[in-house]
Design a protein around this ligand. Sequence first.
Ligand SMILES: Nc1nc2c(ncn2[C@@H]2O[C@H](COP(=O)(O)OP(=O)(O)OP(=O)(O)O)[C@@H](O)[C@H]2O)c(=O)[nH]1
Length: 345
Amino acid sequence: MVADKLIRIQTDSADHVIAQFKQRVAYNIYIGAVLLVLPLLAAQWLSSHWLMVVLLGLIGAFLLAIVVRGRERQLQLSTQIIFVILLAGSITYSIAINGMDGLFWAYPVLASIVFLLPARPAVIFGVGFAVLASLACYFSLPWPFAWRGILSLLALLAIVITLTVMLERMQQRMAQLIETDPLTGCFNRHRVITVLDHAIDAQQRQQQQAAMIMLDLDWFKPVNDKHGHLNGDRVLKQVARCLQQGLDDHATLFRVGGEEFMVVVPHLSPSQAEQLAQTLLQQIRQQPYKLDSGEIRMTASAGVASVVASDTWQHWLGRADRSLYQAKQAGRDRVVVAQQPTAEA
Ligand SMILES: Nc1nc2c(ncn2[C@@H]2O[C@H](COP(=O)(O)OP(=O)(O)OP(=O)(O)O)[C@@H](O)[C@H]2O)c(=O)[nH]1
């Protein structure tokens, strides 16, 4: 069953892997910052910089709360932003009153923004902080120190932006590699949960219809056994192309198992979904499949299920899976439509 295989990869998406990596680095930054705040607070206390003492006290309390919550608890974006604003504000103020002594702290703070915030806010707040710190340098440092401070801040900002964009691109590329089936070019199982959750969300928010068609080639094993695995692969590629040609841009085609495909289509009523499944099976039936030693014909069976408001992806997929099983049991080369679950089911 496809649903069982999917549960394993639910936490394995590229987005999730990179988000977890950034979360761990950010947590280590928070721990390091807690340890740094105390001596800094003492130094500001001894210099009677009371506003600085208050700001550092706030930052310390904030950090302590985050550290105590634990490594696994994801911070809200608003909390992350408040923390970065607090940090940037206190460093800017510190440059204004302490000059170079404050500027030293601008560098690690600017460098950590890439891990503390998601890509777009990281760039926005990085630029904002670099501008503020540069202005503080300009007004509070002698010019020979000020221009060097500003230039080095801008150089670090360029590195931070480059790193942020690089991480973002790597994330997109990784997602593409992880989510694409190398044989057919269809999406693979890693993409399924995202698309199903999106369709369920649209159903719950806007009553938007969506249907899933699970489609499995009939008697594919004998093709492999008789013509060899490479010819089997050729058939799978041609089936994928045939299915793609029968679908419009709104539909998403997956290869979810060896000879098992899945189509998710928004805006389709149950009867339209059944009609689409019949058309796809007919196209598969009519197409000749080229092999090294000639051509063969194939058929497929399909299970169709439409989304309902109370659905989880597991339930929705389960209905389509069971309908496909029934289509196989009933003799193959046919479509079975799942019954819509009742409200209390
Ligand atoms: N060529 C090729 N074969 C694959 C691939 N992945 C799985 N298979 C084969 O697909 C076949 C699936 O066989 P079965 O599950 O028995 O299904 P079937 O023969 O199509 O029979 P029904 O589904 O019951 O109609 C097996 O022989 C697998 O080895 C692949 O990537 N390439």
